[in-house]
Ligand binder design. Structure first.
Ligand SMILES: CC(C)(COP(=O)(O)OP(=O)(O)OC[C@H]1O[C@@H](n2cnc3c(N)ncnc32)[C@H](O)[C@@H]1OP(=O)(O)O)[C@@H](O)C(=O)NCCC(=O)NCCS
Length: 174
């Protein structure tokens, strides 16, 4: 393992939240914006753990709200870096809602966030390499390059013709 690298597991963040009336919408379900706020915080801490520096959110991939989260639920957010690049890090965040008295638990959301390590003046900093170990970590690591190219195309920072990892998708004649 290179000196300037860390294991993916070292970036794990687990954050619990108990819902309060102020966190809900008019149907007594968790507000989507509040959940995104907690996801952003869990992801930023994970990115800080890899980079040992401050990190800002550069982009958020698609977040779906498959199941509502009830006011009686306790939520657990799990965040972990999947892969790092030069100054940016992709973080995978998963949300599970649990009704403890009823002994029920379900995954409600997941998303990939991208954070950039920055110095005090906001200038991007080089980040350590994130080394995956488990099969799941390796799977997320492998897919990260494709997801990065796709989001950089959407952000207008990469031309589709230069997205080598996505060539097989864009070259398909539909
Ligand atoms: C994110 C930010 C630091 C990037 O700065 P920049 O001047 O564009 O710097 P660079 O062009 O060197 O890009 C730095 C990294 O960000 C990545 N990046 C920039 N925009 C991105 C986007 N929309 N999606 C994914 N990655 C992005 C680049 O790919 C690059 O990654 P790499 O170094 O690993 O290859 C800058 O845009 C910024 O400060 N944005 C505001 C962040 C913020 O306020 N977040 C809170 C949201 S409310």
């Amino acid at each position: 393992m290179a000196v300037n690298s860390k294991f993916v597991k070292e970036t794990l963040v687990v954050k619990n939240e108990l819902l309060m009336p102020n966190d809900t919408n008019m149907f007594n379900k968790l507000m989507g914006g509040k959940l995104m706020y907690w996801m952003d915080i869990a992801g930023a801490i994970s990115a800080q753990k890899l980079s040992n520096s401050l990190a800002v959110t550069a982009s958020v991939d698609n977040i779906s709200f498959k199941h509502p989260i009830e006011i009686t639920d306790v939520i657990t957010l799990t965040a972990q870096v999947t892969r790092s690049f030069k100054t940016s890090m992709e973080v995978y965040i998963e949300v599970v809602a649990e009704n403890i008295p009823n002994k029920t638990k379900r995954k409600t959301n997941s998303a990939f966030f991208t954070f950039v390590a920055v110095d005090k003046s906001g200038k991007p900093l080089r980040v350590p390499e994130a080394i995956p170990e488990t099969d799941r970590e390796k799977e997320l690591y492998e897919g990260a390059l494709r997801r990065r190219q796709l989001r950089l195309i959407f952000a207008g920072r990469l031309k589709p013709k230069d997205a080598i990892e996505l060539k097989s998708i864009f070259d398909q004649k539909i």
